[in-house]
Ligand binder design. Structure first.
Ligand SMILES: [Zn+2]
Length: 525
């Protein structure tokens, strides 16, 4: 179990799941919980049992299927209704029956919300908090309290907001998490209020939303002011602008402030975990996310590249390995010899000055035609190999290809491709059908080559992006295609550029297959 002196509390499965477009099944929630446990967070809020059937089911399945190593599950719910006993309230019963070791109760701490939204008296709201907390404590559960709209409430009526904290703490709540529910706070004013809340003697936590872009900064300011419990969501998920990104918060506190929050080895796995969670949520990962984004340690400018070669630490705030990320050199026309050399070394090639010079010229020439190598590492590596060998070397040569797109009488669209190739001294003619021309070409190539190279069966086209580039010097617009392929263990990207979209796709496809064969250990003889 994690150290109790400082809590890392994840609310992805409850608050994070409010994100527009995010929809998690029970199985998804179990999968996300496992990843969060792998990171070593202390608490995972599973949802609101009783109020939401899916969440009730999550807690039921979690009892048998979740074998948590670090984290404890927390069930989220509200204080009892006005005018009834906590012991008689069915929603409070659902929290007990969840069997979660921790219950996080949400309570109003803003006087106007008590009167206008809850439509009860300020005194009854305090009684609801006292009764529900002490009831659940007596039943053997640990209780945290989320003080909703705390900061706006404090501004409206500080004495009452602080009274909510005292009441909950006296009734036995271990932590009072101050919630910036509307997300409108800025770090300096938030820190002052947290400081006042800490003076009550209660243990204080922090829950921030990112509406001002300050959720992480606010969380850090609260910790500085005395909060010892931080809430947040994986990848900053949450409604509106999201919640505080728990990964950023943890990395900041652990690497910059010396807190011992998650095991070192787990922190070094954070980039993988962040991406694994995006696979479950089906939300495209933010490549610019701090610490864990693909671009978080990517360097481009030529001026920087030469110095990075001397000492990478001059241009990065931490060693990317601490969070499981990597420094990447982006090869672009802004970069010069140094970044091409560095990129070559990153890929495992030592380049002579002459090869580097030739390669830089080829990159510049291709980029002026619309190619980009920043997002197409595999195309760059093929170009590098061709330059090293002094000639273009492939596992197969193309004689011709053809695609037909037909709209049938029934209104169905069918694409059919024929490719004619030479490989290992054989002439191959293969046909493939697909739901689109690129899909048909992909199938035809692989069908044709699979007898000679069975490992191509594992190869999969996972992403296809098209961009129309503005024509320059009076030429027509040209099309750039980026293809991402995978072989179960890794992914690689290739690029093609042409006036015709199918031609551009073909170039990227042909390189994707070539690179896949190289990855499978097939050298060109
Ligand atoms: Zn919230």
């Amino acid at each position: 179990m994690a150290d109790d002196r400082f809590h890392v509390y994840d609310t992805t499965l409850r608050d994070g799941a409010q994100q527009e477009g995010l929809n998690l099944t029970v199985a998804d929630k179990i999968a996300v919980a496992r990843h969060l446990d792998g990171l070593g967070v202390g608490f995972i809020e599973g949802g609101w049992p009783g109020a939401n059937p899916k969440d009730t089911e999550f807690f039921r399945q979690a009892r048998t299927e979740l074998d948590l190593k670090h984290a404890q599950l927390a069930a989220f719910g509200a204080t009892r209704r006005a005018g009834v006993k906590a012991a008689d309230d069915p929603l409070v019963a659902a929290l007990r029956e969840s069997a979660a070791p921790v219950v996080t109760l949400v309570a109003k701490s803003h006087d106007r919300h008590v009167e206008l939204a809850l439509r009860t008296s300020l005194q009854e709201n305090l009684a609801m908090i006292r009764d529900t907390v002490s009831h659940l404590r007596a039943e053997g559960q640990r209780v945290f309290l989320d003080a909703e709209h705390f900061f706006d409430g404090y501004t409206s009526n500080p004495a009452y907001a602080l009274e909510v904290i005292r009441t909950a703490a006296e009734a036995g709540a271990d932590v009072i998490a101050l919630c910036d529910t509307n997300g409108g706070m800025l770090p300096d004013e938030l820190a002052e209020i947290v400081h006042d809340a800490v003076q009550t003697g209660a243990r204080v936590g922090i829950h921030c939303h990112d509406d001002t872009g300050c959720a992480v900064a606010n969380t850090l300011a609260a910790v500085k002011a005395g909060a010892t419990h931080v809430q947040g969501c994986a990848n900053g998920y949450g409604e509106r602008s999201g919640n505080a990104n728990l990964f950023t918060v943890v990395a900041n506190l652990q690497l910059k402030r010396g807190f011992d929050l998650v095991p070192r080895g787990a922190l070094a796995d954070m980039t993988r975990i962040a991406h694994a969670i995006t696979e479950v949520t089906n939300v495209t990962p933010n490549s610019h996310a701090p610490y864990v984004g693909m671009s978080a340690f990517a360097h481009k400018a030529g001026l920087h590249a030469s110095a990075i070669k001397v000492d990478p630490n001059l241009y990065q705030h931490i060693d990317p390995a601490a969070v499981g990320n990597d420094m990447r050199m982006l090869v672009s026309d802004m970069a010069g010899r140094a970044s091409v050399e560095l990129k070559g070394r990153e890929l495992g090639y030592e380049l002579t000055p002459d090869t580097t010079k030739t390669l830089v010229e080829r990159v510049k020439d291709l980029e002026s035609q619309g190619f980009t190598f920043e997002a197409a590492d595999a195309s760059f590596e093929l170009l590098l190999r061709d330059t090293l060998h002094g000639s273009r070397r492939r596992h197969f040569e193309v004689e011709s290809w053809r695609v037909i797109v037909e709209r049938t009488k029934g209104g169905e669209l069918v694409s059919e491709a024929t490719v004619k190739l030479y490989a290992k001294g054989e002439r191959i003619v293969a046909t493939g059908e697909g739901n689109g021309p690129v899909n048909a070409l992909d199938k035809a190539v692989r069908l044709g080559l699979e007898q000679l190279y069975p490992e191509l069966a594992k190869l999969e086209l996972v992403d296809y992006k098209v961009r129309i580039l503005e024509g320059t010097h009076g030429t027509d617009a040209i099309t750039r295609v980026l293809i991402t392929s995978s072989d179960e263990t890794s992914e690689w990207a290739t690029v093609g550029v042409a006036e015709n979209i199918i031609d551009a796709s073909w170039q990227a496809l042909e390189q994707a297959v070539t690179y896949g064969l190289l990855r499978a250990g097939r050298e060109v003889s």
